[in-house]
Design a protein around this ligand. Sequence first.
Ligand SMILES: Nc1ncnc2c1ncn2[C@@H]1O[C@H](COP(=O)(O)OP(=O)(O)OP(=O)(O)O)[C@@H](O)[C@H]1O
Length: 294
Amino acid sequence: MSSCTLDLDGVGFRYKGGHDALSEVSLRLERGIVGLLGPNGAGKSTLMRILATLAKPTRGRVQWNGEDTARRPDPLRRTLGYLPQDFGVYPMLSAREFLAYLSAVKGVSAKRAAARVDECLAQVGLSEAADRRLGEFSGGMRQRVGIAQALLNDPKLLIVDEPTVGLDPEERLRFRHLLSDLAVDRLVILSTHIVSDIEASASSLAIMAKGRLLFSGTPEALIADAAGHVWEWTVPAEQVATVRARHVTTGSQRLADGVRLRLVAERAPSADAVPVAAGLEDAHLWLVARGENR
Ligand SMILES: Nc1ncnc2c1ncn2[C@@H]1O[C@H](COP(=O)(O)OP(=O)(O)OP(=O)(O)O)[C@@H](O)[C@H]1O
C-alpha cells in the first residue's frame, strides 16, 4: 500500500479583514476515516480548503508524504479528490455525461475516461442510473455523483465537506458505508457537525472550535476522557428547564414519574443522579463544554 500521510504543523489562516479562522493547528492524519467535527464557524471549511490546496496557510505548513503542499502542490493535487460543501450539478446532463465532462476538465485521457466513468459510477452504486438526468436524482444520489467525480483520478486523499446535509436517514447510512469502503486504502477526511455521521466509522477524530483544535485522537480516547462525567437524572417535568439552564444535557426521555435527563457534568448534579457509561455524543459535548469554560 502506498503511504498517505498529512502532517499539519502550526497551521493558521487569517482572512484579509484580519479574522483568524484557524490558529496553531498541528496534527498528523493517516489512512482511514478522520472525522473533522466542530460547530458552524469552527474553521472546518477553511481547513479543508487549505488541505485541498485551494488556499495557502498564512502560518505554519502542511506536508503530504513529507512534501510541503503550499510550495509544491502538484504531488498532492494529482492524488486528491474533493467534494466541497456547495457541490452543484448540471440538471440537464446525465450522470455519465457529467462525469465524462469532469474527466476532461481533470485531464483524464480520453482513451481512459469512458471506462473510468463506468468504474466510478459502479463504485458509488449508480450504474443503473448512469443515463438518467441529474435533475431527477435524489439528494443522496447527487451526493454519490459528487463522490464519483472525486474518485475519477483514484485519489489517495479524499476530502468531503458536510456531505450528509439534507440526506434522509437511509441515504445517510448508505453514504457512510460508501466512505468506509473507500477508506480501506485512502485517507478520507469527513467534515461534519453531526456526531452520528462518524460514530461508527471514524478511526480518528479532530475536533475544532473557534479556529482551534480541541482534541485529536481516537474516538475511544475521547470517550475515556468523559468517563465519570455522564449522568442520568430523573426530575419532575417542571424542573427540566432549570436543570437544562445549569447543565449541558445530551438527551431526555419522558417517563411516568418525570423526565429522565442525560447530562455531562464534572460531578453528580444531585445525590439521586446515576453515573452512566459515556457515548461519543456525550464525550463530544463534555469536551466542548470544558473548552468553553477554559
Ligand atoms: N471569506 C471570508 N472572510 C472573512 N472571514 C471568513 C471568510 N470565510 C469564513 N470566514 C470566517 O472564518 C471562520 C471559519 O469559517 P469556516 O467556514 O471555515 O467554518 P466551518 O467550521 O466550516 O463552518 P460552516 O460549517 O458554517 O462552514 C468563521 O468565523 C467565518 O465567519
